[in-house]
Design a binder for this molecule. Sequence first.
Ligand SMILES: Nc1ncnc2c1ncn2[C@@H]1O[C@H](COP(=O)(O)OP(=O)(O)O)[C@@H](O)[C@H]1O
Ligand SMILES: [Mg+2]
Length: 363
Amino acid sequence: MAFHEEELAEQESAYLQRLTAAETLAGAGEDERAVEAALRPRTLDEVVGQTRVREQLGLVLEAARQRGRTPDHVLLSGPPGLGKTTLAMIIAAEMGAPLRLTSGPAITHAGDLASILSGMNEGDVLFVDEIHRMSRPAEEMLYMAMEDFRVDVVIGKGPGATAIPLEIPPFTLVGATTRAGLLPGPLRDRFGFTGHLEFYEADELDLIVHRSAGLLGVELTDDGSAEIALRSRGTPRIANRLLRRVRDFAQVRADGVVTIDVARRALELYEVDELGLDRLDRSVIGALCRRFGGGPVGLSTLAVAVGEERETVEEVAEPFLVRNGFLARTPRGRVATPAAWAHLGLAAPPVAPGQESLFDGDA
Ligand SMILES: Nc1ncnc2c1ncn2[C@@H]1O[C@H](COP(=O)(O)OP(=O)(O)O)[C@@H](O)[C@H]1O
Ligand SMILES: [Mg+2]
């Protein structure tokens, strides 16, 4: 028993460290969180892009409102910074319901979850961030709570343990995950609606940059905004962060106005290239091409080569690199595409006979 608890505690601290590493890369320091809160859209109408998810979610909420019921449980999945937390907050706001926030790594014991659930009121929205990182026993308790609005709380240990049923008022669970594929089937199936957030188009990010500049009182030109949008890795959080860094540059090294020229100089200083790849992105494709001849190489080996956690490479860097055709995930490992070689200014090695099919894999 003691061993089990120790193991869980260890897991938690490992999870938290990884989370922090991933979040730092995704850009969530203390200050960043405060600014993010100020820039978050408050209603579905204010949300830019994600048209499909917005419409689907809008329907789920409207129908629940008309029936006077709590909405179905909602799962939001997608890479960091695309708006999962924002949408969770909007769901609560649109339902006029209080939001309770927690995260998978914070729930190491089923008891942690039981105590959260027992404090819920009818209609509350429970947001569980990083839901794929919850402990197994808590996960099992959550299935039951989602389906039957009831859980069994186990009191005591060993043969003398008793299960006390606990009724929970109807609530809406909103889960967020960067890895929908890691959720066990039974948990995934209990969500009535799953919204997959996609990377944003440059014109959508342009709108977001203009909106944020307005809120932060930053003066910027249309081409300055477009330049930031283009280099934001399809990610609103990054667009907002680059805007602030470019604003700093404009203030200190220019006359305060964010023009295209200021944006370019600032982004060069911050090592964000013309396609929006940052240091981590470049070091991943750089290692892949220079050290592993373009691959295929396993994720763990690649992560060690760039000095990052597996999760950081997989959840923060890869989705963008894959989506933009720089990296392919094949059954045999990660492979650099010709675009990656070209982007690094390197000549791609000739494709060996029998290797052409590497790029067909979508694993
Ligand atoms: N659709 C959107 N429209 C405008 N701003 C957005 C949108 N999605 C995200 N943002 C901005 O990006 C930041 C990060 O979003 P967040 O919801 O925290 O992402 P996630 O939880 O998916 O990591 C928010 O502070 C918000 O300002
Ligand atoms: Mg979030």
